[in-house]
Ligand binder design. Sequence first.
Ligand code: CUA
Length: 195
Amino acid sequence: MEPNEGIIYEYVWIVIVAAIVAGLAASLAYYGIALDLNPACNATPIDVDKVLQEFKPGVKELGPGIYQVDILAGQFFWNPNKIVLKDPVRVEFRITSKDVVHGFEIVGTSVNVMVIPGYIAEFSWEPPKNAEGRYLIICHEYCGIGHQEMKAELIIERTNTLLDGADIDALEVTGGDIGKITEPTYIEFEGVISG
Ligand code: CUA
């Protein structure tokens, strides 16, 4: 092959690659602009003030080892982002979102629940008796550009004072090392979705 012949092939390939890139860019523009098909970045129009009237994020101890944890999710946070539970036997979670769909997951446990704007996801979790230390909470549903930064932590402290003279049957947890979780129910906020 003569040197000039090789140059022609280079140009041919440059044109082919440029055509492929232009075709991909054109198809993205066509889907995004002409068909208005875009990634789900638009927030559900929620009346956040109304949600916060009924829903106060935080941790409450309802009784010995029984906690209620109310969590508000948003792009890109969990509130509260640090949850400390002493000797938890049962945790009643209530979780809602102020904008888009998020996924609440406590890594290494059975807790993995969709969080939907306009609804409170209610479920309870019995942590395994050997659960102790720091657990990472992540968002497992792609929710926008900062999705991978949406983290929180759960800290389980064990003093075992509950085990002294306590009703051991009441502390019995099934479901292996990941804890038992109830099926979440979704309770609609009245009138918070405005469109
Ligand atoms: Cu929230 Cu991903």
